[in-house]
Design a protein around this ligand. Structure first.
Ligand SMILES: [Ca+2]
Ligand SMILES: [Ca+2]
Ligand SMILES: [Ca+2]
Length: 249
């Protein structure tokens, strides 16, 4: 699916609307319920939570994929029997999703993951509905962000109904709570300022110019060398550098 232009975005939302309608198929007679409750739920107390738990470090070199386990939990609702979720990352080059075994066991109707629904540069629409409530919290699955081609910097993967126009929500018997949550990650070429495939003498020359000693303060440009995050570039960091030194290749 193409992305970016107004026409394609409208098309994406149309396809998404079909998905949502399909997901709520047996409940369509009660569709006035979500619209009615939305004005209540946006007051603030009604807000379900998506927790992103990183699988591995959240600071990695560009090109290294990052995976997060996503768990959904209700707030004011006693449970939930349906979920509609858009997970997205504004600057990612690719994003993939896999349901947890708990999710596929709990829901009779599991929404087939639909990629590129048009709210973020990369996103996926997932969810499910069930005749009976499935509990107060449940593991949704894992989302993996490919960072190939992305620049160094900080990024966010998120579920945000203010971006997806209220699609993300948990529902119990037609009563809904908006669903939101996020995680940040950092792409950084640690010890490797030229971001090539090695840690060599050229990188060491830059590290040497960044050295602060134990009493100095590291600059933002030199944080890649402060691997123990104590605010200094000193012998402790150099000790780690020597273990990661590969030489030119
Ligand atoms: Ca290098
Ligand atoms: Ca340090
Ligand atoms: Ca090199």
């Amino acid at each position: 699916m193409t992305r970016g232009g107004p026409a394609s975005r409208n098309g994406s939302r149309g396809a998404l609307g079909d998905r949502v309608a399909a997901a709520f198929g047996r409940r369509r007679r009660r569709r006035w319920w979500p619209a009615l409750v939305l004005s209540v739920s946006t007051v603030g107390a009604w807000a379900s939570t998506a927790t992103f738990t990183p699988v591995g470090p959240t600071t990695v070199a560009p090109g290294t994929p990052l995976t997060f386990q996503v768990t959904l939990a209700v707030s004011a609702l006693a449970s939930f029997d349906a979920a509609d979720v858009v997970i997205g990352c504004a600057q990612a080059t690719d994003l993939s999703f896999a349901y947890s075994a708990a999710w596929t066991a709990a829901f009779a109707n599991v929404t087939p993951p639909t990629a590129d629904v048009g709210f973020y540069t990369q996103d996926v629409f997932v969810g499910g509905n069930n005749p009976n409530p499935v509990g107060t919290n449940l593991s949704l699955g894992t989302v993996t962000v490919s960072t190939t081609g992305m620049a160094e910097g900080s990024y966010t993967v998120r579920i945000d109904p203010s971006v997806d126009r209220g699609v993300s929500r948990l529902t119990l018997d037609g009563v809904l709570e908006p669903l939101s949550g996020s995680a940040t990650f950092t792409l950084l070429c640690v010890f490797n300022p030229d971001c090539d495939t090695d840690v060599d003498a050229a990188d060491y020359a830059v590290m040497y110019s960044c050295a602060t000693g134990p009493g100095g303060t590291v600059s933002n440009a030199c944080r890649r060398f402060d691997v123990n995050s104590d605010g200094h570039v000193d012998l402790k960091d150099f000790s780690t550098f020597t273990r990661q030194f590969t030489g030119s290749h």
